[in-house]
Design a protein around this ligand. Sequence first.
Ligand SMILES: Cc1cc2nc3c(=O)[nH]c(=O)nc-3n(C[C@H](O)[C@H](O)[C@H](O)COP(=O)(O)OP(=O)(O)OC[C@H]3O[C@@H](n4cnc5c(N)ncnc54)[C@H](O)[C@@H]3O)c2cc1C
Length: 395
Amino acid sequence: MQTPVTIIGAGLGGLTLARVLYLHGIPATVYEAEPSPMSRSQGGLLDIHDYNGQLAVEAAGLMDEFRDLILEGRQQMRILDPDGTVLLDHPDDGTGGRPELLRGELRQMLLDSLPDGVVQWGRKVSGVRTVADGHEVSFADGTSIVAKLLVGADGAWSRVRPLLSDAVPEYMGLAFVETYLYDADTRHPATAKIVGGGGMGSPGPGRRIMVHRERDALHTYAMLNKPAEWFDDLARLDTSAALARVAAEFEDWAPEIRELISGGDTAPILRKHYRLPGVLRWERTPGGDADRRRGAPAGSERGRREPGHARRLRPRRTAGRAPGRRRDRAGPARGTDVRPRRGGRRRIRGDGQADHRQPRQGHREGRGRRVPPDASQEAGARGAVNVREGNPQGL
Ligand SMILES: Cc1cc2nc3c(=O)[nH]c(=O)nc-3n(C[C@H](O)[C@H](O)[C@H](O)COP(=O)(O)OP(=O)(O)OC[C@H]3O[C@@H](n4cnc5c(N)ncnc54)[C@H](O)[C@@H]3O)c2cc1C
């Protein structure tokens, strides 16, 4: 039997809604296209602000779990001139309002908070239409359901949104090329030093390097304003040639900054950025109303804090937690297989610690580089919307 609420998409939005409904005794089912919680890397760090994203976490009753996932010190922000001169160095003294967490760990936190069976994996929606008693949702596997209350939380290329709007995402004229340097403090000390303990940005005309220090990797986003075809050509190159071509776009940058790209340990990931045009709104209709999405993604807008929500979050320090017991590594991963137990529940390790590790995300390729399985994905930018479909752009 159908639950009262049907949610399409087990991203942060769909899962947060399912969790809040669950807390209020309203059953929901979430249909997710991906075959399992671990089928792909979930991306890098997200800053979750105290005036919006954290309010959702609070409504979900998960603040303790959330605090536990905060990466200490990562709110430090450093801006460098291309020649490496430090223009701004904003320290993280633990009082900032936008702590950084790994998206994969945040998603796993939400999954862990839901009963088994709420998320139905491998249920890709192929189409939705209005019928007499609700909305018929068709799946790629040939099955269908009728939903009384349907929520589209299926990202930029939503199959639900066309019920309300014919807007389609458009290419923004820029893309990220993502690279990872592992064990950078040891293997690339000059680069690790110049990045510092948190985020680093180094802008130039039509291009910019941004870096996040994740658990054990420097995750770089080389942003380039280029036509889509430039990236299509890039996608045809092998890993070394692609890294070299992107690094060449930053030839005026100091060698230790360029190393973030040219020294990449993984095949680069290309993410073209798309966004919906303008502010998207639609009239209420008898069948319902959902998914108001602005150009800027929820949870990352820079804005004024609501009174009463100015609480700063510090990472919750767990007494005696040994460094070796840290959770997870973020990017295309190494190490042991960490598949979750059935239903994506939190895995308890032998030492009794909950294990939020990310999925095994990659395998080695020639030259010792790792190949992330989601290299064929595109995504929207900060200020845009995620894009999970379209022309695969694996580099
Ligand atoms: C580069 C980048 C950086 C960002 N940084 C931040 C940040 O620092 N802080 C912050 O708060 N926000 C940030 N955002 C925004 C944030 O990522 C989004 O607001 C958030 O991911 C939206 O969540 P969602 O659940 O609506 O969509 P998504 O995260 O896109 O999830 C959609 C889900 O639907 C599934 N799906 C898609 N199609 C189908 C289908 N046909 N059938 C079934 N399931 C389907 C997908 O597999 C996915 O699991 C960033 C976004 C980007 C792109």
